[in-house]
Design a protein around this ligand. Structure first.
Ligand code: HEC
Length: 139
């Protein structure tokens, strides 16, 4: 009797018992799995955003899907093209808007929920605001 069917069966079993779980394990263990690649100088802002803001806000570049607060890609979408003549001015404007939301909180009566003031401050707030201003609405 040929051994070939057993060899093939063995390979199939090995595939499902070893390769598939290993693949699933590696996927789950990858901390960047939902995040987009950002320039190195924005990486720490990205992970600070995930830790401090992601539970409430959706932001494509951070891979977060919080829905307690507004979707920041929509709320902060840049008006012009990403590389238009006023791109730098828009990024500065967005950054101040994010910093003021962080410092003062936000309680627009037309929007459900409110954002508490002072979740983060100082350099951490700066890094987060930089990351958000450079990435929101640009995914
Ligand atoms: C507890 C949930 C919660 C957390 C955590 C949170 N936010 Fe918010 N955020 C909200 C809600 C709710 C609103 C809408 C409030 C409103 O406009 O009245 C909001 C609004 C905003 C706005 C829009 C303000 C504007 O000017 O339109 C920005 C920007 C923002 N959040 C950024 C952040 C950043 C950055 C962080 C992390 C440091 C963060 N949020 C953490 C709930 C949260």
């Amino acid at each position: 009797m040929s051994k070939k069917p057993f060899v093939i069966f063995g390979l199939v079993v090995a595939f499902f018992m070893v390769v598939v779980p290993a693949w699933a394990f590696l996927r789950d263990g990858d901390p960047d799995r939902d995040q987009t690649q950002v320039p190195a100088r924005l990486e720490s802002g990205q992970s600070l955003f995930v830790d401090n803001c992601g539970n409430c806000h959706k932001l494509y570049a951070a891979g977060t899907y919080g829905d307690f607060g507004p979707d920041l890609d929509q709320r902060l979408a840049p008006a012009g093209t990403p590389d238009g003549p006023d791109a730098a001015g828009q990024i500065d404007g967005t950054k101040s808007q994010v910093l003021s939301a962080i410092e003062q909180g936000a309680d627009d009566p037309t929007v459900p929920g409110r954002m508490p003031a002072g979740i983060v401050s100082g350099p951490v707030a700066e890094e987060i605001a930089d990351f958000v201003a450079q990435t929101a609405g640009r995914g």
